[in-house]
Design a protein around this ligand. Sequence first.
Ligand code: GDP
Ligand code: MG
Length: 177
Amino acid sequence: AGSFDDECDYLFKTVLIGDSAVGKSNLLSRYARDEFHLDSKPTIGVEFAYRNIKVGDKLIKAQIWDTAGQERFRAITSSYYRGALGAMLVYDITRRATFENLKKWLYEVRQFGSPDMVVVLVGNKSDLAQSRQINVEDGQSLAQLEGLCFMETSARENVNVEEAFREMITKIHQVTS
Ligand code: GDP
Ligand code: MG
């Protein structure tokens, strides 16, 4: 019998992008290992994690890349985007600046990413409703304007994390098949 890897039908590279401390690494650790960390460790961390997911009758291996803190210095380079079929663009609903910087991220995605890259916009930290600075509607209208999928998530409370990644993988599958 072949290894589990051999049984996967597709390998999709995807990347996490967005300002520092919006929760990218925790979205990934929640999705890949069901873990959440209260502290932020921007310079430590794996380059990427894998998760296998079933879409229809296909088994897809999602390879999800995380920044090792380079976003702090706006030093994410074209190699990070190379071969990526999807991007999860994350902001923090409690920090307006992270929403305003989405324009810069989208510009970068269009500069470095492939033209048909699937982008899912994610407003993270939905558990911190009392500190909210960005309404759901603002996220929705930006997503509509830019032609992106949109979801609010909480890596902390494990809300919509599964759904956001599934949405991205499913869309990639639609685009590539
Ligand atoms: P990154 O720099 O974008 O990778 O962000 P991190 O994943 O390191 O998270 C930055 C900080 O935000 C950490 O202190 C996390 O514990 C916290 N954090 C991440 N996601 C959430 C969330 O959904 N809710 C809350 N309340 N805090 C979060
Ligand atoms: Mg990180």
